[in-house]
Design a protein around this ligand. Structure first.
Ligand SMILES: [Zn+2]
Length: 136
C-alpha cells in the first residue's frame, strides 16, 4: 500500500535507443542519448552484409557507456524516414503498411527530389530487412 514510490522510474535515466540516422555527412546508427555512433561503411550494398553490419552495430551499442560520450544535442535536421516508419509501427500499423504510407508521404513532401524518394525507398527496404532478420 505504501510501496508506490519505489516503483517510480528515475526521471534522469530515460531509456536509450539505437537510432538510424541519415544526415548531410553521416549515415549509420546513433544513440538517442549520447554521441556514440557507428557509421555504415560506404558501398555496403549486399543485404546480408548490411544485416551483418547491423548486428555488429547493435552489439556495440549495447556495450557502450553513454557517460563516456558527449551528450547528444537535438539535431537540426528532420526525422529520418526510419523514425517515421517506427512511429507508425508503434501505433499499430503493419510494418509493410507503415513503409508504404511513409513512401506516399515522401512523394508528396518531395515532389521534385528523386534523391529524397530514393532515400525513403532505401530506408523502407532496410527497415523490412532488419525486421526479417530479427534485429528490431
Ligand atoms: Zn549512448
Amino acid at each position: 500500500m505504501n510501496n508506490e514510490s519505489s516503483k517510480r522510474v528515475p526521471a534522469d535515466n530515460p531509456a536509450r535507443e539505437i537510432l538510424w540516422s541519415i544526415e548531410r555527412n553521416f549515415e549509420g546508427w546513433t544513440c538517442s542519448r549520447c554521441e556514440w555512433n557507428e557509421p555504415v561503411p560506404t558501398l555496403l550494398n549486399d543485404p546480408d552484409a548490411k544485416t551483418a553490419f547491423d548486428r555488429i552495430a547493435i552489439g556495440k551499442f549495447r556495450k557502450h557507456n553513454c557517460a563516456e560520450y558527449p551528450i547528444r544535442l537535438p539535431s537540426s535536421g528532420g526525422e529520418s524516414f526510419t523514425a517515421r516508419i517506427r512511429k507508425l509501427v508503434s501505433k499499430g500499423f503493419k510494418p509493410k503498411d507503415a513503409v508504404e504510407l511513409v513512401l506516399q508521404e515522401a512523394s508528396i513532401e518531395y515532389p521534385r527530389q528523386p534523391k529524397m524518394l530514393a532515400q525513403a525507398q532505401q530506408e523502407g527496404e532496410d527497415f523490412l530487412r532488419r525486421l526479417r532478420a530479427g534485429l528490431i
